[in-house]
Design a protein around this ligand. Sequence first.
Ligand code: NDP
Length: 451
Amino acid sequence: MSDVSATAIVEITNPTTWGRAGTAGWDKAIGAFLIVAAVPTWLHMNWIALEQYEGSITAALKAALAEGPVTFAFRHFPQFSLQALLGYAFWLLLQAVFYGYLPGTLCYGQRTPGGHLLTYTANGLLAWAITHALYIGGSFLDLVDPALIAKHWEGLLVAVNTYGFVLAILAQWKGYWAPSFSEDRKISGSILFDFWAGVELNPRFGKYWDFKFFHNGRPGIVAWTLIDFSWAAYQYQQIGHVTSSMMIVSVFHLIYVVDFFYNEDWYTRTIDISHDHFGFMLAWGDTTFLPCLYTLQVQYLARYPTYLTRTQSIALLVFGLTGYAIFRSANFQRDYVRARDGKCNLWGKPVKFIRCKYTTSDGKEHNSLLLTSGWWGVSRHANYMADLMQAWAMCATCGFTHFLPWSYFFFMSILLYHRSLRDEKRCHSKYGKHWEEYCKQVPYRIVPGII
Ligand code: NDP
């Protein structure tokens, strides 16, 4: 045990305030309404810009202003397709069956504010592998058009959006009327805010079928690399080859997605699963926003190919892969040290940490530790910095002429910065003076020396 770990344990005086904010006034309700209205509109504008305005979001916005937003929306709104809707319904069913029945490792999440320690079955990697084997195998055997998803993108956009909204409504209804763990529920007093931020922390069917774990990972993240494959095939069908930019961004996405499923056990202890409630933000966000926005680079490249020089390709690969290495190592270190209760080395030295306690709403006290060495001693969210390095490299494959394919990088910068604020507020309520001590020892939030 290090000397830092011997820091005195300070009483937590306000034990049950470390979950999501409990109440919401008009300001938060209006904020929630604006986000729920604006983000789907943004997603549709991206599609319109890609289809009609050569990938220029500025040109699409100018046209919307010139024509008037209502006429513009009616003229360009994506069309419903029964085929796409049925295809998406089949997709959801297939992923639900894989989630429910494939063998996997039993793992534990983080203890909830209500004191529950939930179990999850991590079988995502197998589900991902089988799904890809079926689609890619089917393409090589000429049973499936590899560009099928790309060609039905318009109808799929309508289908995923509809499902995302319906799911968020159902989640709110379930949270109010049939909660799985009522101690972990948050009812803010504002229906709009509850819709956005969620009511239940861990909504479940029965004991094991976890709504949030399934929807956060499976329909959206399994689809991510399949969508990439399909747009790469679309590019091939259009121009007779796949560009190096398309290959590089697809490799970055592939690494990110496989890493996610390979470490699915770790994912149960991240903010999404441990702390965020299941509302529109996660339900619509993970089923709709994620597969549509995170794949913008391949959607762009398939229609408007970018050619990179060999030097540019190597530089992007080195930068993106370095980002991945830091990302994985930082995320690994926290779990590794906590699992060994700090009795281990990092970077060849005994690990340094602050030992702390927190209390759950059942009044029980639990031990924890805050790591102050390794990546967690470089900055308080070095894993976010590494994520942004990867995001930068992914977007840079599209060149610097258009804003649209860079949406992912700008979105991630805002998301992760805002997430760090939210997380630190919660950690402060949970760990009190120990968190303040951590901030003193590790003064930078994300990028050392800058922020
Ligand atoms: P983290 O995995 O960074 O977890 C934050 C939690 O870690 C805190 O709430 C606290 O939880 C614990 N913690 C904080 N400081 C320390 C410390 N010094 N030592 C030990 N534990 C500490 O958060 P996220 O879930 O946001 O991120 C996980 C990964 O997912 C990141 O790499 C991020 O970049 C990525 N991500 C990707 C997104 C995407 O859309 N592509 C979206 C969001 C995240 P506790 O209560 O356990 O103490």
